[in-house]
Design a binder for this molecule. Structure first.
Ligand SMILES: [Fe+2]
Ligand SMILES: [Fe+2]
Length: 307
C-alpha cells in the first residue's frame, strides 16, 4: 500500500482532480448481467445519464488535463456505471492511451465501482486498475499513500456495495486505523491531501439524503484530519463545492463528463498548484463542448457552498 517514488521537496507541485465519469456503455454485454440492481441503474443510464454524460467531451477534458502535465491526477470514483467488466476495460484503455502510470495517476473507487456484490467480491476495481494501484490488484489496496515531497496524498476507499436506491459510503475500521498510522508516521511536515469519493460531511442537512447517499463515519475522518490544515478532494455529488470544516479545506469537483450541467455542475477538472511550503491556489476549469472552450476560474477557499 506504500508508494515507492519520492519527489523533490523544493519543487512546486501540480495536482489535478476529476471524478464521476459515468460514461455511456457502448460495448455489448450478456443481458443476464442486468438481473440485479443493475436493471435500475441501466434504466437510469439510458433515460437520464446518457443524455448528459458523454464520452467525447470527457476525452477532450482528459486531453486538456494531460497537456497540463500534472504531477498527479486524482480520479475519485464512479469511474464506471454498472460495474461491468467491459466498462472497467474501457476506462483502463483510456488511461493507458493517455500514458498514465501509477506515478502520475491515483484512482479511488466510488459507489458505482462496487455496484453489485459480485463486482465487490471479485475485486473488479482492484483487478482492472491494478496497474495504477500498489497492491497488484489484490486487496487491501487502500489507503494508498503517495509521497510527493512536501505533499502527502492519501487515497481512501469509501465505496461499499449497497442494495437498491442506496449510494451511501463507509470507511471500515481497519482502513481508519491505517489512515491514522499514515498521518502520524509519514505526514510530518507535509501538506496532507486526502482523496475519497464521498464527501466527509452531512449532506444537505437531510437525514434521508445522508442515509441513502452520505458517508457513514465521516466524523471520524474529520477528527483524524483536524488541526492539520488538510485538504480533502471528493466527488459523488456532481457539484462544485468549496468549504472549510474546522481547518480542513474540502473541495468537490463536478462530474468529468456532464456536458449539460449548469454552472456548478458543468463538466470540469480542478487544479491545485502548491508551492514548496504547501500553500496552494485552486482553479476550476470547465469545458464548454459546444464552443470547444475551456474556462478557468480561481476558487476562493470557503466562500461557496452547495449552490
Ligand atoms: Fe457519481
Ligand atoms: Fe457516487
Amino acid at each position: 500500500m506504500n508508494n515507492q517514488k519520492v519527489t523533490d521537496t523544493n519543487k512546486d507541485i501540480k495536482i489535478c482532480h476529476i471524478s464521476d465519469f459515468h460514461l455511456p456503455i457502448e460495448e455489448s454485454f450478456p443481458p443476464y448481467k442486468l438481473l440485479s440492481k443493475r436493471i435500475m441503474g441501466y434504466a437510469n443510464l439510458k433515460l437520464l445519464r446518457s443524455k448528459n454524460h458523454q464520452k467525447e467531451p470527457f476525452l477532450r477534458l482528459l486531453e486538456k488535463i494531460t497537456e497540463e502535465k500534472p504531477d498527479m491526477l486524482i480520479a475519485t470514483g464512479d469511474l464506471v456505471n454498472l460495474a461491468l467488466e467491459t466498462e472497467y476495460k474501457n476506462i483502463a484503455d483510456i488511461f493507458n492511451s493517455f500514458g498514465y502510470t501509477k506515478d502520475n495517476l491515483m484512482l479511488v473507487p466510488g459507489n458505482h465501482d462496487r455496484y453489485t456484490p459480485g463486482a465487490q467480491r471479485k475485486n473488479y476495481f482492484e483487478k482492472s486498475f491494478a496497474k495504477w494501484l500498489d497492491c497488484n490488484g489484490t486487496p487491501p489496496c487502500f489507503p494508498i499513500f503517495k509521497d510527493l515531497g512536501n505533499i502527502a496524498i492519501i487515497g481512501i476507499d469509501t465505496a461499499v456495495w449497497r442494495g437498491p436506491v442506496s449510494a451511501a459510503g463507509k470507511i471500515n475500521k481497519v482502513q481508519l486505523k491505517e489512515i491514522e498510522n499514515i498521518i502520524v508516521e509519514k505526514c510530518k511536515g507535509k501538506k496532507i491531501v486526502a482523496a475519497m469519493h464521498h464527501p466527509p460531511y452531512k449532506l444537505l442537512d437531510s437525514h434521508l439524503k445522508q442515509y441513502l447517499s452520505g458517508l457513514y463515519g465521516y466524523k471520524r475522518v474529520l477528527e483524524l484530519l483536524k488541526n492539520r490544515n488538510a485538504l480533502v478532494l471528493h466527488g459523488h455529488i456532481h457539484v462544485r463545492t468549496d468549504l472549510l470544516i474546522n481547518d480542513t479545506h474540502i473541495v468537490g469537483v463536478p462530474s468529468a463528463s456532464n456536458n449539460h450541467g449548469s454552472h456548478h455542475k458543468k463538466m470540469s477538472f480542478h487544479t491545485f498548484n502548491f508551492d514548496k511550503n504547501g500553500d496552494y491556489k485552486v482553479y476550476s476549469t470547465a469545458y464548454h463542448a459546444k464552443e470547444d472552450q475551456f474556462k478557468t476560474d480561481e476558487l476562493l477557499n470557503g466562500l461557496e457552498m452547495l449552490k
